[in-house]
Design a protein. Structure first.
Length: 360
């Protein structure tokens, strides 16, 4: 099968999705605005220049994609993120199309009228849509997407890589906190730093901030101004193996973003046996039960996050319960192999129908 993937090859999430199909012998071409290396796949950089009228720029990209499809005999197009690559997919002509939404491309984009028009248009033209969570699916349907074209599931976690540490931490040891969210304003890593500053004097702790982004320098300055230079370590962007090791060296995973799809970072942390301390939003309530396998705090409140971290520090039984139960939850509901199998089934079904002369 010859597959054209529209998305950022530099994204670790897209790389994870592409690798199994390359390994199975499929020819995969990834076209996008942020190129990166994916062994075995062909990566094509789309022109990102701002010169010319928007319609003219779109036409140039569309012509390039149609040429790729014709010359490479593409069987199927899979676009990631609806308002950018989903729109470009519409220029690809009569070829089976899959669209994967990831959360913010729907939940945040819908706030603008033009994006709502694009979401409605694209979702009605593609053959299948994959959504990572029920609340994202409902948002799509509310915007005009046909419910019968949407399949709701997470690609999942590589359970061979993300698994609990062999030993747990004894009572009284410093609380080890980790965040793996991007260092961008949306993810509110500043709330974590403010919460840590509220408890650092009376609670032994050490925190790891693993990620990069446009807010990195500002967050480092904030940590210094809050007196956290000895307690917080900024590690930058980490590869998958390094993230897995960093998670196994932590007790608590924190995410303070006020909106999300189904955070892969949360699922990886749960697979590793960590206690999630996360904002009380629909995306997190789908995976975390407060006081059972994690803690939820009022979104946007550093005081509430500080209280939750204090509770986590002093409740070793809850951390042990999460260490046992959370890997089971991910194994049952979000294993990577199962997610890729579903994608493969969608591909095969659409290509078979197309070969018989009719798109679904």
């Amino acid at each position: 099968m010859n597959v054209l993937v529209l998305g950022d090859a530099a994204s670790i999430h897209l790389q994870r999705m592409v690798r199994p199909f390359v390994a199975e012998g499929h020819r995969v071409i990834v076209a996008g605005f942020a190129p990166g290396e994916i062994p075995g796949a062909t990566v094509v950089a789309l022109p990102a220049g701002a010169r010319g009228l928007p319609l003219l720029r779109f036409s140039r990209k569309a012509a390039l994609l149609r040429r790729l499809i014709r010359e490479e005999r593409i069987d199927l197009v899979h676009a990631h993120a609806i308002t950018v690559y989903g729109l470009l997919a519409l220029a690809c002509g009569r070829v089976p199309m899959v669209l994967s939404v990831h959360g913010s491309d729907v939940l945040l984009a819908r706030e603008k009228r033009w994006n709502r028009i694009v979401i409605r248009l694209v979702s009605r033209r593609v053959d299948r849509i994959t959504s990572p969570a029920a609340h994202v699916t409902e948002a799509l349907v509310a915007l005009g997407a046909p419910r019968d074209r949407i399949e709701t599931f997470q690609y999942g976690v590589d359970l061979d890589r993300f698994f609990p540490a062999e030993t747990s931490v004894a009572q009284g040891a410093p609380l080890r906190v980790i965040s793996t969210r991007a260092l961008a304003p949306l993810y509110r890593v500043d709330l974590l730093l403010m919460a840590l500053s509220r408890i650092a004097c009376g609670t032994p702790l050490r925190a790891t901030i693993a990620g990069e982004g446009p807010a990195a320098e500002a967050l480092m300055r904030l940590a210094w101004s809050l007196g956290l230079e000895e307690d917080v370590r900024f590690r930058g962007a980490l590869g998958e193996e390094a993230i897995a090791r960093a998670l196994r060296d932590a007790d608590v995973y924190v995410s303070a973003t006020p909106t999300d799809g189904a955070s892969l970072g949360l699922l990886e942390a749960m697979a590793t046996g960590l206690l999630p301390v996360v904002a009380d939003i629909p995306a997190n309530r789908e995976w975390v039960r407060h006081g059972e396998n994690g803690l939820l705090f009022a979104s946007g409140s550093p005081d509430a996050l500080a209280e939750a971290l204090l509770a986590a520090a002093h409740d070793l039984p809850l951390r042990e319960k999460a260490r046992a139960r959370n890997p089971e939850i991910i194994g049952e509901r979000a294993g990577f192999d199962a997610g890729i199998s579903r994608i493969s089934g969608i591909y095969e079904g659409l290509v078979q129908k197309s070969s018989k002369g009719s798109r679904p």
